[in-house]
Ligand binder design. Structure first.
Ligand code: NAP
Length: 265
């Protein structure tokens, strides 16, 4: 029997649409499970922010996720609430199309020997605290590239290229490409400081290593998909694509560039 786990935000319109969805699924003979690990499909009701929360709160499940859009933009959340009947029919007939999406991973090492790891579907933002610029040594694998000075660095997956990355002037990237985009945030570029002013692209197996250049820059804010943590005593941060991919249900036959056109132009 097909088993679905429903994840939703608590906005009244979302809750009403999720209730309708549950009724329709049950009438169609689909079981609703409270255990995400038992589901063969996760349905996320909300906006793109809700999908990001689902991923962060449930350790980036690899089970297919279908997004019913009740948010503003709905770049990930492809299914319009009016299409719920059509979607359920396609699910029951076993004809859903799934697309894998890369996620990024950050391993943070501290001066005292501690370590912590995070994952992100959209991006990591590494930036200083308050209004102080940060000074960071940037390497790709074992090659030192530059000493970056400025507000910070944003490291985006292709999926995240249409989010914060785009607002900062980064390139839009088709999610079928396996790469990480590294974009500077307000880079200082003068006779005292020399920083790259454009974004760079890293292939799938490469790592970006960030090392604070001074005491002040070892206290950093790290944002992953909009969630913010502040750390002190950072020795290094290694960022790369995770081996794990998530799987999002594609519905409606639109391409990435159709969505760019509809949502941005
Ligand atoms: P949020 O208000 O839930 O999200 C901000 C906006 O970004 C929403 O309109 C959301 O769409 C949209 N969005 C999220 N992921 C997207 C993607 N991959 N492509 C296109 N649009 C996307 O705020 P939040 O939950 O705190 O933060 C989530 C994301 O907001 C972060 O990962 C970051 O990318 C983005 N953000 C953008 C800026 C900026 O552009 N200046 C600044 C900070 C954060 P929905 O309306 O469908 O939810």
């Amino acid at each position: 029997m097909k088993k679905v786990f429903i994840y939703k935000n608590d906005v009244p319109r979302t809750v009403a649409i999720a209730d309708t969805l549950v009724n329709k699924l049950m009438i169609s003979g689909v079981d609703i499970t409270e255990e995400i690990g038992d589901a063969d499909l996760i349905i996320c009701v909300g906006g793109d922010g809700t999908l990001l929360n689902l991923m962060q709160n449930h350790e980036f499940p690899t089970v297919p996720v279908a997004g019913i859009n009740t948010g503003h933009l709905g770049f990930f959340q492809e299914i319009a609430p009016e299409k719920i009947d059509e979607f359920i029919k396609t699910y029951i007939s076993g004809d859903l199309t799934v697309q894998p999406y890369n996620i990024a991973k950050a391993d943070i090492k501290f001066e005292d020997g501690g370590e912590i790891a995070y994952r992100a579907l959209n991006e990591f933002v590494i930036r200083g605290q308050g209004t102080h610029p940060v000074h960071l040594n940037i390497s790709i694998n074992t090659s030192f590239i530059e000493r970056f000075s400025g507000d910070g660095i944003i490291i985006s997956t292709p999926a995240g290229s249409t989010a914060y990355n785009y607002s900062l002037g980064g390139a839009l990237v088709d999610p079928r490409l396996n790469l990480l985009q590294v974009a500077p945030m307000a880079p200082m570029n003068n006779t005292a400081y020399r920083s790259l002013t454009s974004s760079i692209l890293l292939p799938a197996n490469d790592s970006l290593i960030i090392e604070p250049c001074d005491e002040q820059s070892s206290s950093l804010s790290i944002l992953f998909d909009g969630q913010d943590e502040t750390f002190s005593g950072i020795k290094s941060i290694e960022l790369c694509l995770s081996k794990r991919k998530i799987n999002l249900v594609r519905f409606g036959g639109t391409t990435f560039w159709d969505k760019v056109k509809t949502k941005f132009l």
